[in-house]
Design a protein around this ligand. Sequence first.
Ligand code: DQA
Length: 147
Amino acid sequence: MPHVYVLNGPNLNRLGTREPDIYGSTTFDELAADCVATGQALGLTVTVRQTNDESELIGWLHEAQDDGAAVVLNPAAFTHYSYALRDACAMLSAPLVEVHLSNPAAREEFRHTSVVSGVATGTIAGFGVDSYRLGLRAVAALLANAE
Ligand code: DQA
């Protein structure tokens, strides 16, 4: 089964209690379990990780590059300013789907810029936990089309 990394940036470990009016009440552990189950249903092996550390997140993207694995990435606040993260994303050869729980385009102005979108295969935002389910479906479709 194809391997997909679902990588998450800062503060997403606080899901469930973090601004639930914006991010919902699903905890990070519940989200991770949902991604694994969604992946299984789609014929994908899913590894879910979260870090508050930019360097660690970049290291995981290098790992995905080495594995030739697809990535579903919620870069969280790094979305808006981390050129180092963008450069790591640009090295990936397999599909990269950027996901967001909220719709950053409908929020504060600093969230309207994503430095990642330009090197992603596509972006899914604003559907809560469904953004991840849709992201995994997009990866499954892209891999199937590439066969
Ligand atoms: C987020 C949106 C970002 O603007 C924010 O910094 C996050 C979460 C989302 O999933 O909606 O941490 O990526």
